[in-house]
Design a protein around this ligand. Structure first.
Ligand SMILES: [Fe+2]
Length: 540
């Protein structure tokens, strides 16, 4: 029988009772505990459902996971003193974990805390559960109860996992369309969802026709404004369903803070000390809305550790990379118009080619290389924000040029990584990314300019969930100069579905019919297969 996390065997009730701690048994014996904690009359859920943003699970381990929610009884509250309609002190929140979706076979019941300093979000770290199986959970508070979500534990380290179905998504600009992509993704009920950045957009679009408005009408710069943005996005039922049907892993791209920022460098040339205050607010809001591990990711001012790795038995190790926080400043950065993404030729910007430049920062680079060297997994997925493959374009004068905002701005780091994958014989390396609002399927090589350089990894970039694409011709005309690009398409919105087993990775590029239609239909644009031991995708 195929071993798949979604089909794990169910432990007996006896084993649940043996595994339950005194604390959880105490909570189990006192189902009214949560209700009594609100005997003082606050908070008052008569304003609305405190679980209006739904639930999420993430950061799985072999014996548990992180459960997330945020108390938001009044999502549209404009009172700056009451984010989401909340005020006052810490609020206890009940949670229940069961072996079944109907929540009849409870294995855990406890009390989490929602702290005002993190906008009454909850990051409950659950342990002591059985490895390699799904669980279901919900939160309770007074008379209110959240929707039920699905979580999972990782297989015990080194054990066999035959199959993992995951999807990845990026770039869900609310103003640019409806979330039919998320709706169809949820309908697939994957084992895992990976968010690769631009989960929110800080900006407002005044240049293009929009489908839905960012309700506050301002570019987010403050903690309150970033919270408002996450609140508006997470009110969307399709996004809530994605989080409810599957656990998720998440990294960020630029729009979680500011378009095209790099480390402490703002594209609007703000003083770095001032920009870091904005970054601190943005990182905190990200933390408050994602199911990340508090021990790892609780933000400290403008710093927040996000990179992390997860092993799904012997089948796949997924390394979640932070491609923004530790970046070198963008190549040839400077006023008036080189603050963010722009093209540079080798002659116009030798700095781009400097060996000292890093996309990941020295510490994260070493962490990734050590992790890849030490991995015994059949597949090694590197999940990050932007396009990795070399992509030569023509600038307005017809010269060969490179976009400095993706890995083309950090070619020395790209070469170090791909050479390491080659030298350390990393098995079946696959890079996944987002950011560009296009589908890409690429061969990755240590030296893209040498036809003899081997393909050492396969890259899949997902198109946007909803964000506007670049003009198709802009990239399509450059494809002949980039033979390692096996497929490119910018004209579709959607996501990517992956079905992974020991022998092959089957990747479907999933596309919706119309981003302006909430009832848009789904079709598979292309299916690619990567065979184990043979880097490079082949169209199925
Ligand atoms: Fe984007």
């Amino acid at each position: 029988m195929m071993r798949r996390i979604g089909n794990g065997s169910l432990p007996s009730r006896r084993s649940f009772l043996q595994g339950a701690s005194a604390l959880t048994l105490g909570a189990l014996a006192s189902p009214s505990l949560v209700g009594r904690a609100f005997a003082g009359g606050r908070p008052d859920w008569s304003k609305g459902n405190p679980f209006s943003l739904g639930v999420a699970s993430g950061a799985p381990s072999a014996d548990g996971f992180v459960l997330w929610t945020r108390l938001v009884p009044d999502p549209l509250s404009t009172d700056p003193a009451m984010p989401g309609g909340m005020s006052g002190g810490t609020v206890p929140v009940g949670y229940e974990i069961a072996e079944d979706e109907a929540m009849t076979r409870l294995v855990r019941k406890g009390i989490a805390t929602a702290e005002p300093r993190f906008a009454w979000s909850v990051h409950e770290v659950v342990g002591g559960l059985k490895p390699g199986r799904p669980y279901w959970y919900r939160f309770t508070s007074g008379d209110a109860s959240s929707r039920v979500g699905r979580a999972m534990t990782l297989p015990a380290p080194g054990t066999t996992l035959d199959r993992l179905r995951f999807a990845f998504a990026s770039c869900s600009n609310y103003e640019h369309g409806y979330y039919a992509s998320y709706r169809h993704l949820a309908d697939e009920h994957p084992d895992l969802v990976i968010f690769l950045g631009d989960y929110i957009y800080e900006s407002i679009d005044t240049k293009h026709p929009i489908v839905r408005k960012h309700s506050d009408g301002v570019e987010a710069r403050t903690l309150r404004q970033y919270r408002n943005r996450y609140t508006q996005y997470k009110l969307d039922e399709s996004l809530q369903r994605v989080h409810a049907v599957a656990p998720s892993l998440a990294t960020w791209d630029d729009h979680e803070v500011q378009n095209d920022y790099a480390g402490e460098w703002s594209p609007s040339f703000e003083d770095p000390a001032k920009f870091l205050l904005r970054r601190a607010a943005a990182y905190q809001a990200f933390y408050e809305h994602m199911p990340v591990r508090p021990a790892l990711s609780t933000p400290h001012g403008p710093s927040m550790r996000l990179y992390d790795r997860f092993a799904f038995g012997d089948l796949v190790r997924i390394s979640m990379i932070d491609g923004r926080q530790y970046r070198s400043r963008e190549a040839c950065y400077g006023p008036p118009n080189k603050g963010g993404g722009h093209l540079e030729t080798d002659a116009s910007c030798p700095e781009r080619l400097s060996a000292t430049r890093s996309m990941m920062g020295t510490t994260q680079e070493k962490w990734l290389y050590d992790g890849l060297s030490g991995s015994k997994a059949r597949w090694n997925v590197i999940a990050q924000d932007v396009l990795m493959a070399k992509f030569a374009q023509k600038d307005e004068t017809g010269q060969t040029a490179y976009w400095v905002e993706d890995w083309n701005g950090y070619p020395a780091n790209r070469t170090r990584l791909l050479q390491h994958i080659h030298d350390a014989h990393v098995d079946n390396a696959v890079v996944i990314g987002g950011d560009s609002h296009c589908f890409w399927t690429n061969d990755l090589k240590p030296d893209f300019d040498d036809p003899r350089s081997p393909t050492v990894a396969t890259e899949f970039v997902g198109t946007s969930i909803s964000s506007r694409p670049p003009p198709y011709e802009l990239f399509a005309t450059a494809l002949p100069e980039n033979p390692h690009v096996r497929f490119f398409e910018s004209r579709k919105r959607g996501y990517v579905s992956v079905d992974l087993d020991a022998r092959r990775m089957t990747t479907k590029l999933q596309a919706i019919s119309d981003v302006t239609d909430p009832n848009a239909t789904l079709s598979t644009l292309k299916t690619f297969v990567v065979e184990s031991g043979r880097p490079g995708a082949v169209e199925a």
